[in-house]
Design a protein around this ligand. Structure first.
Ligand code: ADP
Length: 349
């Protein structure tokens, strides 16, 4: 097996990433649509170019590539990149996640079980606790594992040499990573960008082919426009469109797409009901803002992390909200989208 989840609770994607209700779980389990070659991996040109050089140079030096960090909103292709890197370097990818590594011992056991040249993928690395981070530093820097045995005056440290390995980490919350940890990704830190509609459309056509589905340009364009610039969402929507077409025994058409999206409560900008709730709360309860994240989260009965990781990046990208030092506020565009009459709009600061 080229990829293993090596701790029992390491499903990992149990957090905000999945709470958008956009099929994170489903596609996490379904790897059939995951690109298995660089050619199939659409977009992210700069990252691909940098990785190509990094991997080739490491191969020429006959040494594992240096540690790499990917960050950006969920579903943009961070895990897929880790798999592609492992494939390119013909290495084993051992995958786990921050929340799955609960104790120093968990990390020690993962590290000591690595074979030379292995890739260790840690998803949601921002969720590692401080004590575990401290163990990771020497492992990343000098390939050694410092383990403290015993307690009090009789405690002693033993040092284990680790096989050379590459850590590939992913996070949706780069700001939560301590700077000592960040600085140890000597191979590079890469930010994944949202995809263009044209790129998403290419992904939809590729996925449709893999699913044995015929789809015309107009239908794929419509799905692309509502995919939140995110491949995982595009694949999820495509599958729901396929389901409806199958049940209706009809070919995929613009009409089927419209109906499938309406059933999911997705509007013409790709907003979910929960995105619209966020905007209307900002507008109705807080006069358009600015309002602090914690107040907004409490008011929506939503976790701050979900707002920050799932809703905000897309709403910011669309220019529907703004982040100011005093909190979040809606823009004129949001008032327009939510059809709030100018006379009823709060004062925009
Ligand atoms: P992340 O780790 O950033 O949450 P994933 O790597 O799990 O995202 O990507 C989610 C799914 O989206 C993948 O299984 C794959 O099907 C699709 N995908 C992601 N990036 C791309 C891409 N660049 N080209 C084609 N499909 C992609």
């Amino acid at each position: 097996m080229s990829s293993t989840r090596n701790t029992p609770s390491s499903g990992g994607k149990d957090t905000a990433s999945n709470k958008a209700g956009l099929g994170g779980d489903e596609l996490f389990l379904d790897t059939t649509l995951r690109p298995s070659s660089w050619d199939e991996y659409v977009g992210q040109k700069t990252i691909k170019e940098n990785l190509r050089v990094l991997l080739r140079a490491a191969a020429e030096r006959k040494h594992p590539p240096e540690h790499i960090l990917f960050y950006g909103p969920p579903g943009l292709g961070k895990t897929t990149l880790a798999h592609l890197i492992a494939k390119e370097t013909a290495s084993q990818l051992k995958a786990t996640s921050g929340p799955a590594i609960e104790k120093v011992g968990d990390l020690a056991s993962i590290l000591t079980n690595l074979s030379p040249g292995d890739m260790l993928f840690i998803d949601e690395i921002h969720r590692l606790n401080k004590a575990i981070e401290e163990v990771l530093y020497p492992a990343m820097e000098s390939g050694s594992l410092d383990i403290i045995i015993g307690k009090g005056p009789s405690a002693r440290t033993i040092q284990l040499e680790l096989p050379p390995f590459t850590l590939i980490a992913a996070t949706t919350r780069i700001a939560l990573l301590s700077s000592p940890l960040r600085s140890r990704f000597s191979g590079g830190t890469f930010r994944l960008e949202f995809y263009t509609d044209a790129e998403i459309q290419r992904i939809i056509h590729r996925s449709a082919k893999l699913l044995g589905l015929e789809i015309d340009e107009k239908s794929s364009e419509k799905i692309a426009k509502r995919s939140r610039f995110t491949p995982r969402t595009a694949n999820f929507l495509l599958k729901r469109v396929r389901d409806l077409a199958q049940v209706e025994k009809a070919p995929v058409s613009v009409e089927i797409v419209d109906r499938a999206l309406a059933m999911l409560g997705i509007d013409e900008l790709g907003l979910l009901q929960s995105d619209r709730d966020l905007l209307s709360t900002l507008i109705d309860k807080f006069g358009g803002g600015p309002v602090g994240l914690n107040t907004l989260a409490a008011s929506l009965a939503e976790e701050e992390a979900t707002i920050e990781e799932v809703h905000e990046p897309y709403l910011l990208q669309l220019g529907l909200i703004e982040r100011t030092p005093r909190g979040r506020k809606v823009t004129e565009k949001a008032y327009g989208h939510m059809k709030v009459e100018p006379s009823k709009r709060g004062k925009l600061l």
